[in-house]
Design a protein around this ligand. Structure first.
Ligand SMILES: *[C@@H]1O[C@H](CO)[C@@H](O)[C@H](O)[C@H]1NC(C)=O
Ligand SMILES: *[C@@H]1O[C@H](CO)[C@@H](O)[C@H](O)[C@H]1NC(C)=O
Length: 256
């Protein structure tokens, strides 16, 4: 009897232990599960391959230990801010052949420093935030996008650490400088400056401001003088009545 009791309690606790063990494994497994439609393999770090997976958006459950992430050839239209922020080991991010339209300031927050290769080629990108690439250390492919060349884009490309060959692949689909439409946007100092127009504009505004100030001062001065002249005239008119008593002054001077 006693033995059976002991055996029962033991097996019960064993059962519970086994159950929690299984649960733990399940939890652990789901934490690093492969996102739906992707293939995960270990080839020099976790390789998450979601190419050609009909994705409309970037999966939110990408394992944090991912080193290579292939999201190319899908229908992704945007990169939500900070979506990659937990992927601290990410080296390769391929977003080529999607429908991305805009790159925001925090699109690559958390991975910009570790990324060695970023592929954004063959998308629908026209514009980027001026700091979109500023933290990026690695190489970026951004060719084959319908770029709108303006000051912001030039600033964004100038802020990239390895921008030279990147910028030469940027062909302006549209441009604020008409002669650059259909041309490559280069960021050398002796190339077209897309930001110059705005400085000229700023200078014009400043000069106009000064000019207005000077003019208003002149107008004010002339008016004030007119007032003074009028007062002076009135004073002069009132003089003859005073001139009637010059003897008073003479008296004083003789006293002194
Ligand atoms: C990552 O996985 C994909 C799909 O399994 C494979 O085609 C690709 O070559 C892998 N990449 C590397 C760098 O091993
Ligand atoms: C990204 O994917 C595209 C399309 O599959 C491919 O042509 C390109 O070579 C890839 N880029 C990188 C850096 O692996």
């Amino acid at each position: 009897m006693n033995f059976v009791d002991l055996w029962l309690t033991r097996s019960l606790s064993m059962c519970l232990l086994l159950q929690s063990f299984v649960l733990m494994i399940l939890c652990f497994h789901s934490a690093s599960m492969c996102p739906k439609g992707c293939i995960c393999s270990h080839t020099g770090g976790l390789n998450v391959s979601c190419s050609n997976a009909n994705l409309k958006e970037i999966p939110k459950d990408i394992p944090p230990e991912t080193v290579l992430l292939y999201l190319d050839s899908n229908q992704i239209t945007s990169i939500p801010n900070e979506i990659f922020k937990d992927l601290h080991q990410l080296k390769v991010l391929n977003l080529s052949k999607n429908e991305i339209e805009f790159i925001d300031e925090h699109s690559f927050k958390g991975v910009a420093e570790t990324l060695q290769t970023l592929d954004l080629s063959d998308n629908q990108i026209q514009r980027v935030h001026k700091n979109a690439f500023s933290k990026l250390k690695g190489r970026a492919r951004i060719a084959n996008n319908p770029w709108h060349c303006d000051c912001t884009l030039q600033q964004a490309l100038r802020s990239m650490s390895s921008n030279h060959d990147t910028a030469s692949n940027v062909i302006c689909k549209t441009s604020v400088l008409d002669e650059h439409t259909g041309q490559a946007l280069l960021t050398n100092t002796n190339d077209a400056n897309f930001c110059k127009k705005t400085t000229d504009y700023a200078m014009l505004v400043t000069m106009f401001g000064w000019f207005t100030m000077v003019i208003s001062y002149v107008v004010y001065y002339v008016r004030q003088n007119q007032e003074d002249a009028r007062r002076h005239l009135e004073y002069l008119k009132s003089l003859p009545s005073r001139q009637k008593k010059p003897d008073e002054a003479d008296d004083i001077s003789t006293v002194v």
